[in-house]
Design a binder for this molecule. Structure first.
Ligand code: MG
Length: 250
């Protein structure tokens, strides 16, 4: 069941979203060679707690971190570790949720650790572009499939593949609500978008022709089966009569 949010509730979600976004970009500024992913996670936790909020992902389903930090061929759900030290050329996907005054905000961004190859820059541009294409379709009267197909078509036209095993989602009082927001699908199909629908749109994209993933023995770390690099960008978005509103802006 899709829970529609009132204008007041959307304002509250904006507050949660802004805390998550600020924590994310604070950590992003510290993405440098020699820094561990646990240090980044600690920055995120400290900021979120300093705002009177809670990290949404901490202990979610038993997740052992405050944020998910996924490097290179890790697609999502990387566990922050003191032993994972960033090096030049890495790409670092950080996914942050903040729970504040009863609502979650959920956002992700893939940062570069120094310069990356043209091919990897293409992956980042494609994934960010796919997020923008998806958000453009978050309009009253559209269907979820309009978002999904816009993302898929954009990604597949640029030598990249969408992940199908994991999807975006509704977000609100719960971190994961209805509807699912797949990064693949058909235009004009799926649940109706109306004012008050709040969703996390989050293309997860792998370089090359396969979107297949595998979950490692820790039950979290999700890697590309092909071994290719992966990127992940996410915003929490409210569908309103005035168009899509991004709730996780810095
Ligand atoms: Mg999410």
């Amino acid at each position: 069941m899709i829970v529609l949010k009132s204008k007041r509730e959307i304002e509250l979600m904006k507050a949660s979203g802004e805390i998550a976004a600020a924590a994310l970009h604070l950590a992003g500024e510290k993405v440098k060679p020699g820094v561990s992913t646990l240090e980044l996670d600690n920055i995120i936790k400290r900021y979120i707690v300093s705002q009177g909020a809670e990290p949404s992902f901490f202990n979610y389903g038993g997740f052992p971190g405050n944020s998910c930090i996924s490097v290179n061929n890790v697609v999502i759900h990387g566990i922050p570790s003191k032993d994972l030290i960033l090096k030049r050329g890495d790409i670092v996907s950080i996914d942050v949720g903040a729970f504040y005054r009863g609502f979650h905000g959920d956002t992700a961004f893939t940062f570069k650790c120094g310069d990356v190859s043209e091919e990897i820059q293409g992956l980042l541009d494609t994934t960010y572009g796919a997020l923008e294409k998806g958000i453009e379709k978050a309009l009253c009267g559209n269907k979820i499939g309009d978002i999904s197909s816009a993302i898929q078509e954009y990604v597949e036209s640029r030598n990249c593949s969408v992940v199908t095993d994991f999807v975006g989602h509704g977000v609100g009082v719960d971190l994961h609500e209805d509807p699912s927001v797949p990064n693949y699908g058909k235009a004009h199909f799926g649940p109706l978008l109306e004012a008050g629908v709040t969703i996390a749109i989050e293309p997860m994209v792998i370089l090359g022709s396969s979107g297949d993933v595998e979950v490692l023995d820790d039950d979290w770390t999700t890697v590309s089966t092909s071994g290719e690099y992966s990127a992940h960008f996410e915003h929490t978005v409210a569908v309103t009569e005035n168009g899509p509103v991004i709730l996780t802006k810095v």
